[in-house]
Design a protein around this ligand. Structure first.
Ligand code: NAP
Ligand code: GCO
Length: 266
């Protein structure tokens, strides 16, 4: 048996949300490398223009659309446009997300709701928009980008942890409700990945030394380093491809071993 065929995405159409840069960009590039046609959305024309140039530089012929994942009408229009331009969506990667690092007692309900809206309600809206077409075509793959915070808490990220914990359960629920329609919904739980989202945690100190959080993460990660967006490419192709057809409702943590490790002995 030619195993490369099992991982091939030739003939498939993938929508990766919020993929102008960061993890989404790397995942979209990986899916394209496995043969998929790529659609992505972002929220501004300037990000879109830069992203299209970056995709072209990687040899990826991606189609970009402006849409906010929290807006049901914009998402419905996005899905309709992609179906017209590229064909029915076979693979949805719910990647768009934000974080607000604010101690819980200082966080407004408005800030909390915004994080939940983008990180949890957004994936619900996008999944709801593509599932009918997937049922009609008899197959579909949904990958939700979860987090270490789907399992663990930490100071200042109450809204993010609540949303990403919820996203883990939305993943299991989509699996439960639509597994019978041959839809696989799985999550990827990235560890600490060097992207714009985590840049504040890696900022150099005024004296040039590494940020204490940066040192903490490296010591907490058996791999001894931050992850890169490229570390997520193989897992994404696996979960988007036929190779994972009996994997459903699973969260694949790609964390250099953080969740397995109690931490350095004193
Ligand atoms: P990032 O560099 O901040 O990129 C996030 C992307 O989401 C941006 O392109 C952003 O676009 C887009 N986005 C945000 N809100 C959106 C909305 N309402 N509609 C459409 N797009 C929206 O973050 P990242 O590190 O690549 O993270 C990507 C995903 O992985 C997120 O869900 C994040 O929570 C998750 N994650 C990250 C890490 C990590 O260590 N970096 C670890 C675990 C999980 P704009 O330019 O329009 O804001
Ligand atoms: C934080 C980080 C995390 C990571 C990631 C961990 O402030 O703790 O930003 O939340 O981005 O989600 O998996």
């Amino acid at each position: 048996m030619d195993m490369t065929e099992k991982f091939s995405l030739h003939g498939k159409v993938a929508l990766v949300t919020g993929a102008a840069y960061g993890i989404g960009f790397a995942i979209a590039t990986a899916l394209a490398g496995a043969g998929a046609k790529i659609a992505f959305n972002c929220r501004s024309q300037s990000n879109m223009d830069k992203a299209l140039a970056d995709y072209a530089a990687k040899g990826v012929d991606a189609k970009g659309y402006i849409a906010d994942v929290t807006d049901e009408k914009q998402v419905a229009d996005l899905v309709a446009k992609i179906e017209k331009d590229l064909g029915g969506i076979d693979i949805l990667v719910n990647n768009a997300g934000i974080i607000k690092r604010i101690p819980m007692l200082e966080m407004s309900a408005e800030d909390f709701r915004q994080v939940v809206d983008i990180d949890l309600t957004g994936p619900f809206i996008c999944a709801k928009a593509v599932i009918p077409g997937m049922i009609e075509r008899g197959h579909g793959k949904i990958i939700n980008i979860c987090s270490m915070m789907s399992e663990l808490g930490r100071e200042t990220v109450s809204a993010y942890a609540a949303a990403k914990g919820g996203l883990k359960m939305l993943t299991r629920n989509i699996c439960s409700e639509y597994g019978g329609a041959n839809i696989q919904c799985n999550g990827i739980g990235p560890g600490y990945i060097a992207t714009p989202q985590t840049a504040p945690l890696r900022e150099r100190q005024p004296d040039g030394s590494r940020h204490p959080f940066d040192q903490f993460i490296v010591s907490k990660t058996p791999a001894g380093r931050w992850g890169t967006a490229e570390d997520l490419m193989g897992p994404a192709v696996f979960l988007a491809s036929e190779a994972s057809d009996f994997v459903n409702g699973h969260i694949l943590y790609v964390d250099g071993g953080i969740l397995a490790y109690i931490g350095k002995q004193p």
